[in-house]
Write a protein that binds this ligand. Structure first.
Ligand code: KG4
Ligand code: ZN
Length: 339
């Protein structure tokens, strides 16, 4: 079964063709990062306009790279939530038009479910049930993935998403947007114990996390050094921040995975590319006898392949939409699939 996946929820216009979910025939990602970098973050209006300009070319290229035409497709899957509303609407409307004109089924896909699906592409042997730590620019949560299309949230952030915290801390250190990968690189030369940064605990919610205090601590550390005329150990602060985020996320995800009894922990989303977090998850899983799955860095960020893959499983579960499909800026991963 050939599924086209279309993704436009934030600042990447992406499309991909998958065969039977797990085999990726093409994967085209057009990043807008350079356009937003000068503003220090994603400008929603610029994102929407760029998606409009890029989407036709990206989808055409994905079909061409896969060596197929629209007529060969069995279904068209598209990210419909959550994300920037204007950006999402570009993908949704393009997919609706294409599906309607070609007479193909339209399959709405939840973006975060897509991130989880990146693991199915990278690891053919992985099957639900498992626990998944999803850490992206807009979301941070621990999910109990019971089946390909049924999942519950076990814990989530109370304020900033992990990626958001990375981007804000990176800005304090003078690194360009998006700062997560740059923080990771800078941290490689630093001592993760150089600065003492706070860890948060959410009363009565052991698997929830919070990053706002950590973010403020980075800002205060930089300001204090500037006021005293001291040289800031930037690499040390980056490394200490990465360590704090890893220590916030990894133990909670591991404990949730142990208690679930599935014996498997997966990770997903842009922040799952972080070296220190990957190492903390590896060590923690090895210690607790858990099997760990983390997609390669190339599949952690936004892409169309993960939407094509999740689209396949949604299709099998009977998820369909008509031309009345709308986009939603927020929607839980546990919301029932649209039929
Ligand atoms: O999943 P994603 O591509 O987009 C969203 O759905 O949000 O995640 C983007 C986030 C950004 O905040 C970016 O700074 C962060 O992932 N990120 C990283 C790394 N690579 C990307 N954060 C920490 N370490 C990295 N290596
Ligand atoms: Zn994403």
């Amino acid at each position: 079964m050939l599924i086209l996946g279309i993704e436009s929820s934030c600042d990447e216009t992406a499309a991909s063709v998958s065969r039977d979910g797990r085999e990726i025939l093409s994967n085209v990602v057009l990043s807008q990062v350079d356009m937003h970098a000068i503003y220090g973050g994603v400008v929603p209006e610029i994102a929407s306009r760029s998606h409009v300009e890029g989407i036709h070319g990206v989808v055409s290229r994905a079909l061409e790279d896969a060596g197929i035409t629209v007529a060969d497709l069995d279904a068209i899957a598209v990210t419909y939530a959550p994300g920037l509303i204007g950006a999402l609407l570009v993908g949704v409307n393009f997919a609706k038009g294409l599906a309607f004109s070609a007479g193909k089924p339209l399959v709405p896909v939840h973006h975060i479910r897509g991130h989880i699906s990146a693991n199915y592409i990278a690891f053919p042997e992985l099957q639900p049930p498992f626990t998944c730590l999803v850490v992206s620019g807009g979301h941070s949560l621990i999910a109990d993935v019971r089946t390909y299309t049924e999942m519950t949230i076990l814990g989530s952030t109370r304020d900033d998403a992990a990626g958001e915290a990375f981007d804000k801390a990176a800005r304090v250190l003078g690194l360009p947007y998006p700062g997560g990968a740059q923080m990771d690189r800078l941290a490689a030369d630093g001592d993760p114990r150089a600065y003492s940064l706070p860890r948060a605990k959410v009363e009565g919610a052991p698997w929830d996390f919070s990053f706002s205090g950590l973010k403020t601590a980075v800002l205060n550390t930089a300001n204090r050094a500037a006021q005293k005329g001291e040289t800031l150990d930037r690499a040390g602060l980056a490394a200490s921040f990465c360590r704090a985020v890893a220590e916030e996320l990894a133990p909670r995800a591991i404990e949730a995975a142990c208690q679930s009894g599935h014996g498997i922990l997966a990770a997903a989303g842009g922040v799952a590319a972080n070296s220190l977090l990957r190492r903390a998850l590896e060590e923690g899983c090895a210690k607790n006898g858990l099997q760990l799955f983390i997609p390669p860095v190339s599949l952690c960020g936004d892409n169309g392949a993960m939407i094509a893959c999740q689209g396949y499983y949604e299709y099998l579960a009977g998820t369909r939409a008509g031309t009345d499909l709308n986009a939603y800026p927020t929607l839980g991963i546990d919301a029932p699939s649209r039929c």
